[in-house]
Design a protein around this ligand. Structure first.
Ligand code: H2U
Ligand code: ZN
Length: 348
């Protein structure tokens, strides 16, 4: 039986095994208050920034005059690397020691250069550093979680373009869940879930935002956040270090174009949490799990109107009004090659 996707329905997320409620009819309801908050231009150097080259960090350490990507051990790490692991087996109050390492990755010495404003070569350097860090930390840790929290709206404490890496001896829940789901899919269908998905999405084009020979960025069919995207390789890969020279170059292109579209959508430095899921470092080595990146932006209608995951979402399941297909249309409708700041500079 076919489902009318213009009426309220639920969509299944095969990666997480969870559902999302979609209510396209609610888009017709009235709303007021499209507003754009003008922001002052961001300087290339900020003497008060803890991450700019040559500045003193909060713990007194001085950043070198770095020129490209700069990685350092987080001065306030959420994880420590104790020698022993212990676990309590209490049925109600279970706990275990965690072991891990936290690093900060400054994408550029320039305080103003977020990912879409980097050149392809500079973005390529970020990708190389992500891959090298993964290779190094992956020898000691089961999970190497690379992520970026961008924008005050996402709780990012510092506007200097940076991401983080948390490597842990244990497998975090999101990753474990995605492995279980992908292995389950493989057992049932005999193929790789995300490779199948990439092929189907490229074929239909309905939710594709960016695409080249190696990569495709889509708004997933089951997206919970309005402009959520998934960046998928069109070839088999489990981890960033496996990417070839060419695949890193094409990835830089997709990331630059995708984040440019994000910024252009509401003419703002688009906030999001993004990160890579890479598989598997643990002994559960299975080759049905596929490398990919998630982008989770909070914005809904403008630079300042965000979606809140509250009420029904907290107590029951996520819900969205804007369909993923409409969201992909909107992202495709803005430029992926010219950033609004470059365009306004040119016309000034
Ligand atoms: P956000 O990505 O959430 O903004 O966090 C920035 C990280 O940078 C945060 O984990 C670290 C914080 O601990 N940091 C330092 O390690 N040294 C500093 O001097 C400032 C911030
Ligand atoms: Zn800075």
């Amino acid at each position: 039986m076919s489902i009318d996707l213009t009426r309220p329905h639920r969509r299944y997320n095969p990666l997480s095994g969870r559902w999302v409620q979609v209510s396209p009819h609610r888009l017709d309801r009235p709303w007021q208050g499209e507003e754009t908050v003008p922001k002052p231009p961001v300087p290339a150097y900020d003497e008060g920034c803890y991450l700019c080259p040559g500045n003193t960090r909060k713990n007194g350490e001085v950043n070198p005059d770095y020129e490209g990507v700069y990685v350092f051990d987080n001065d306030f790490p959420a994880l420590l690397d104790p020698p022993d692991l212990a676990q309590s087996e209490d049925a109600l109050f279970k706990a275990q020691t965690t072991q891990g390492v936290c690093r900060v990755v400054c994408f550029s010495p320039d305080h103003s250069k977020t990912l879409p404003l980097l050149t392809h070569a500079e973005l390529r350097e970020v990708i190389d550093v992500w891959a090298d860090q993964t290779a190094e930390l992956g020898e000691r840790f089961a999970s190497v979680q690379i992520f970026e929290n961008k924008g005050a709206m996402m709780g990012c404490s510092n506007p200097h373009p940076h991401g983080q890496i948390w490597a842990t001896r244990h497998m975090p829940d999101e990753l474990t869940e995605e492995i279980v789901q992908q292995v389950g899919y493989h057992d049932k269908n005999g193929s790789n879930m995300l490779l199948d998905l990439a092929a189907r999405e490229v074929e239909s084009g309905d939710r594709v935002v960016e695409c080249n020979a190696d990569w495709v960025a889509i708004v997933p069919f089951w997206a919970a956040w309005p402009f959520e995207t998934l960046v998928l390789p069109r070839f088999k890969a489990a981890r960033l270090p496996q990417l070839s020279d060419g695949q890193r170059g094409t990835l830089a292109r997709v990331l630059k174009a995708l984040t440019t579209r994000y910024d252009n959508l509401f003419r703002t430095s688009f906030p999001y949490s993004m990160g890579w899921h890479q598989f598997p470092f643990a002994e559960t080595a299975l080759d049905h799990a596929q490398l990919h990146a998630h982008f989770y932006p909070p914005l809904l209608r403008s630079a300042s109107v965000r979606k809140f995951m509250v009420g029904y979402e907290m107590l029951a399941e996520p819900q969205r009004d804007l369909t993923p297909e409409r969201a992909a249309d909107m992202l495709r409708a803005v430029s992926g090659s010219e950033h609004y700041l470059a365009a306004s500079e040119a016309s000034a």
